[in-house]
Write a protein that binds this ligand. Structure first.
Ligand SMILES: CC(C)(COP(=O)(O)OP(=O)(O)OC[C@H]1O[C@@H](n2cnc3c(N)ncnc32)[C@H](O)[C@@H]1OP(=O)(O)O)[C@@H](O)C(=O)NCCC(=O)NCCS
Length: 251
């Protein structure tokens, strides 16, 4: 048997350390996702986000897990998606009622829903965000994926969309996610404008253009968060100071 050189030993040791770090990183990520999925009420710790009272709107925000989403609210969310998005979907990956219904009803789906207040008339849902905690397919980092943000036309352009996205970003930081990700059709100029204003950038991994087309009809956007698991893993200081947090929420 050949004698092992010290160089070989060093290599082995390095490999062992790398493996140990990768395992530690993986379990840290799984823990973060498990913890986030267990949260019973995302809004509980953020009274400032319990209501939205601006630009003539007076709304209450409520958190729902898919399993506890009332059937009539699920129907409403589906119909709102369909009326806002069917044309955009058909110009990209196609609209399918069943696919959207099962996406909204998926066990991992989490919702923030804005309702009109009973005191001001009837309590009705007018806007929602649908999000999920996931591992990014490409890099394996934990991300908060925004599946939908949908507002009734009557409450659009009053700052509510921006407000909901800011809440999402805050939640992503607080649950140790690496970034917020979402997909948007290139034809949806209003939404694209909002995401760009909020600091979203193109993800490095974009869909391929269909044959004969110059580009895909949609783009994957990402907003990296300073308090990311990646930073914590590399032993950098996560965001804790209020100035940095404020920048994420309001900046
Ligand atoms: C896109 C949408 C979520 C934006 O929410 P919103 O409450 O209407 O937008 P806000 O009032 O918060 O405005 C956010 C930003 O977008 C811009 N914006 C929003 N709607 C716009 C419009 N119709 N035209 C031009 N700019 C618009 C605003 O100028 C604002 O930028 P600023 O904050 O830097 O000034 C909402 O209009 C909507 O639900 N649209 C239909 C569904 C949809 O397209 N969802 C996105 C799927 S990816």
């Amino acid at each position: 048997m050949a004698k092992k050189t010290s160089k070989g030993k060093e290599k082995k040791l390095l490999r062992k350390e790398e493996n140990a770090k990768a395992i530690e990183e993986r379990s840290f990520i799984d823990d973060a996702l498990r913890r986030a999925n267990k949260v019973d009420d995302l809004l509980k710790d953020y009274p400032a986000f319990h209501t939205y009272k601006r630009n003539g709107l007076d709304l209450e925000l409520q958190f729902h897990k898919a399993e506890a989403l009332p059937e009539n609210v699920l129907d409403w969310a589906f119909m709102l998606c369909k009326s806002n998005m069917e044309t955009f979907y058909n110009a990209s990956w196609g609209w399918h009622d069943d696919t959207k219904r099962s996406e909204l009803g998926c066990a991992e789906a989490r919702f923030i829903i804005a309702y009109t207040k009973a005191e001001t008339g009837k309590r009705e849902p007018v806007a929602f965000v649908h999000m999920r905690w996931e591992k990014d397919d490409t890099e394996g980092w934990p991300v908060l994926y925004c599946y939908d943000i949908q507002l009734e036309p009557s409450v659009q352009r009053k700052g509510l969309g921006r407000h909901l996205m800011k809440f999402l970003q805050l939640v992503a930081v607080k649950t140790d996610m690496h970034e917020v990700m979402l997909t948007v059709q290139l034809e949806n100029g209003d939404a694209l404008r909002m995401y760009r204003h909020l600091g979203y950038e193109d993800h490095w991994d974009q869909p391929e253009a269909p044959e004969g087309e110059p580009s895909a009809a949609y783009v994957i956007l990402t907003k990296k968060l300073p308090a990311s698991v990646a930073q914590q893993q590399r032993a950098l200081k996560p965001v804790t100071n209020s100035y940095q947090l404020e920048n994420i929420i309001y900046g």
